[in-house]
Structure formats: structure tokens, C-alpha cells
Design a binder for this molecule. Structure first.
Ligand code: FAD
Length: 329
């Protein structure tokens, strides 16, 4: 994965969620070079961040597909076109330049492109922090679990009471040495069925409890956590890993200042997915028009529409219709 300094591509895609990844496929299919930017360190957008272990039932052609597998397929589908991934990088500024746009990323790197496609979904995710975990992120504490294998044989403490906390507990139980779920209330936000499933699997659930301290062992790695349980009781649990699944806040942030028509955190587009600003297109959850339905399937269609229209913008002699992929060797 290359992260060169200033670079120039035909199309820069802001957001590596399902829509951005599929747009990448279409950009490659149209012979366009591309960079895909995302502030998260992993691609997959909401699917990776919030529900990688859930089954999805409404993506055409897949009667049921696990979130993680859908993202894997999308990454494989775009790979032959060699996208330049700029992950862990936030898109901050957008300026019009001769024959194109210039996107500025945090850290100052600039990406010049003929057009930008904004597939920023519900915006940049910021995980809600676990106060006791200050300084432990990446040293035993994570906010989401890109690779389950990393937790093989570990004692894992999952903190949170929502769907993702229970999803992680469920997914990690078969490979971890132990999984304990800690929630500061007695009631959960997660669906009852998944709570039951987690209990039936033998995951210990401790409610009315807060994690007050994470402590390292002799090797410097995380070794245990201390809980403060309602009523003043304390408990120390062994933990080589803490999954702080306290949810995310989402915010369009700098995109709000790009001179686009924004209403309720969505960007207005026309039927070609063009925004109010020249050479700026939007697709997926972030794009709005009357009758919009925010689904993965919708984002896929909009990605195809946006990229094919961008292909004509960049080369007026090109056809809007890309031809059928099934005709390509
Ligand atoms: C729990 C849950 C279950 C769901 N189940 C289903 C389902 O069964 N079927 C279905 O069709 N849909 C489902 N959805 C909705 C679906 O996940 C979204 O419609 C889909 O993820 C939208 O894809 P997207 O690529 O448009 O946006 P996102 O997935 O939101 O991706 C946008 C990406 O843009 C990045 N980004 C934003 N701003 C910036 C910036 N300034 N710089 C860099 N990167 C930025 C974000 O980090 C993010 O990775 C579900 C959603 C949730 C939360």
C-alpha cells in the first residue's frame, strides 16, 4: 500500500466504505487512476467499524453475507486496478485548481485529481473513549477488531452494552481463552436475541460495573483490569486485551466547509450524482435526493452512476455507458 507524498490521480474517493470501494472498482473499469482516502485505519466504513460479524441479507446476489466477507470481496474486486489507499488519513480541504480539484489531507499531503467523489457515509467515526484506557490504545486496548486471530488464546474484556459489544463477545468466544462483557448499566441496548446467544455461549456478563484501571504486566503488555461494581465492590480480571465497544460519534467535519449544499449531514446531488460544486460528486449514505434510501445496495448503484459520469467529464469523447463487464476478458 503506497502512501507517497503529493500525488496526482484521475479520481480521488473520500471514504473507503462499501460505496467508495465499489466506486474504486468502476473507476478502474473505466481506466481511471484513483486514490481512496479514509480516516479509519481499515477499509469497510460502517460495516467494518460497527458490524463486521453480522450477516447482511439484502445485498444482491448474496442470500446472506457476513459484513467482514462483503468488505473482503469489495477489496478484492478493486485490487486489480491498483488503488492508492490513503488509510488513517482524513480529508480536510478541497480547492478548485486548473482542470481539477486538490484535496488536502491531515498532515498536509495534497492529492490532485480531475474529480473528487465523496463517499463519506455518515462522516468520520470517532470511537467513544474508555477513560480508564487512556494511553492503552494499540497496547492491548482496541475499539474494533479487524482480525479476530489477534485475540487467539487471550483473556478478553469487552466493554459496552450495545450490538457491537455483544457481536465482538460472540465472535471472540470461540478463539479467546475467556471473554467477559462489562457494562455500566443493568440494561443493554443490544437486541435481546444476541444477549441470549452470548449468555448461552458461556460469556460472563458483569453489569452495573465500570472499568476503572488497566494495568500492565512485567512484559509491559496489558495484564489485568480493575472493575468498580455498584455498591463499592472491586474485582480484578485477567486481560491481555480490552475491546472498548462504547460506540462511535460521526461527524462530516471538514466536508461541511467544502461549499456543498448540505442538509441534515447529507450532500445534495442531481441524478448524475454531481453536487453543487464543479468536479465534486457524492454517492452512498452521504448523498441526498428526494426518495433516497440509505442502503449498501443503493450506494453501489450510485457509485456506478457517479463514476461513469465522471469518466465523461474527464473525457468528453467517452461514452457514459461503460459497456458490460461480462464482455471484458
Ligand atoms: C448496525 C448496522 C447495520 C446495518 N445493516 C445494514 C444491512 O443489513 N443492509 C444494508 O444495506 N445496510 C445496512 N446498514 C447501513 C450500511 O452500513 C450503510 O448504508 C453503508 O455502510 C453506507 O456505505 P458508505 O460507503 O456510503 O458509507 P460508510 O460505510 O459510512 O463509509 C464512509 C467512510 O468515509 C470515511 N470518512 C468520512 N469522512 C471522512 C473524511 N473527511 N476523510 C476521510 N474519510 C472519511 C469514514 O471513516 C467511513 O469509513 C447498517 C448500518 C449499521 C450501523
Amino acid at each position: 500500500m503506497s502512501t507517497p507524498e503529493d500525488l496526482s490521480v484521475d479520481i480521488v474517493i473520500v471514504g473507503a466504505g462499501p460505496t467508495g470501494l465499489f466506486a474504486g472498482y468502476y473507476a478502474g473499469f473505466r481506466g481511471l487512476t484513483m486514490a481512496i482516502v479514509d480516516s479509519l485505519p481499515e477499509s469497510g466504513g460502517q460495516v467494518t467499524a460497527m458490524y463486521p460479524e453480522k450477516m447482511i441479507y439484502d445485498v444482491g446476489g448474496f442470500p446472506a453475507v457476513r459484513g467482514r466477507d462483503l468488505v473482503k470481496g469489495l477489496v478484492e474486486q478493486v485490487a486489480p486496478w491498483k488503488p492508492i489507499y490513503l488509510l488513517g488519513r482524513k480529508a480536510e480541504g478541497l480547492a478548485q485548481v486548473d482542470d481539477g480539484v486538490e484535496l488536502t489531507l491531515d498532515g498536509g499531503q495534497r492529492v490532485r485529481a480531475g474529480a473528487v467523489l465523496v463517499t463519506a457515509g455518515i462522516g468520520e467515526f470517532t470511537p467513544r473513549p474508555l477513560p480508564a484506557g487512556d494511553g492503552w490504545l494499540g497496547r492491548g486496548m482496541v475499539h474494533f477488531v479487524p482480525a479476530l486471530d489477534a485475540h487467539q488464546g487471550q483473556d478478553v474484556v469487552v466493554v459496552g452494552g450495545g450490538d457491537s459489544a455483544f457481536d465482538w463477545a460472540l465472535a471472540l468466544r470461540p478463539i479467546a481463552s475467556s471473554v467477559t462483557l462489562v457494562h455500566r448499566r443493568a440494561r443493554f441496548r443490544a437486541a435481546e436475541s444476541i444477549v441470549r446467544e452470548v449468555r448461552d455461549l458461556g460469556v460472563r456478563i458483569i453489569t452495573d460495573a465500570e472499568v476503572t484501571e488497566l494495568r500492565g504486566g512485567d512484559d509491559g503488555g496489558l495484564a489485568e483490569v480493575t472493575l468498580e461494581i455498584k455498591g463499592g465492590q472491586q474485582e480484578v480480571l485477567p486481560a491481555q486485551s480490552v475491546v472498548a465497544a462504547l460506540g462511535f460519534t460521526a461527524d462530516l467535519g471538514p466536508i461541511e466547509n467544502w461549499g456543498l449544499e448540505i442538509d441534515h449531514r447529507s450532500i445534495a446531488v442531481d441524478s448524475t450524482m454531481a453536487t453543487a460544486r464543479e468536479r465534486v460528486y457524492a454517492a452512498g449514505d452521504v448523498a441526498a435526493y428526494p426518495g433516497k434510501v440509505k442502503l449498501i445496495a443503493t450506494g453501489f448503484g450510485e457509485a456506478a452512476t457517479a463514476v461513469n459520469n465522471i469518466a465523461v467529464l474527464l473525457n468528453p469523447d467517452a461514452h457514459l455507458f461503460p459497456g458490460h463487464s461480462s464482455n471484458v476478458e
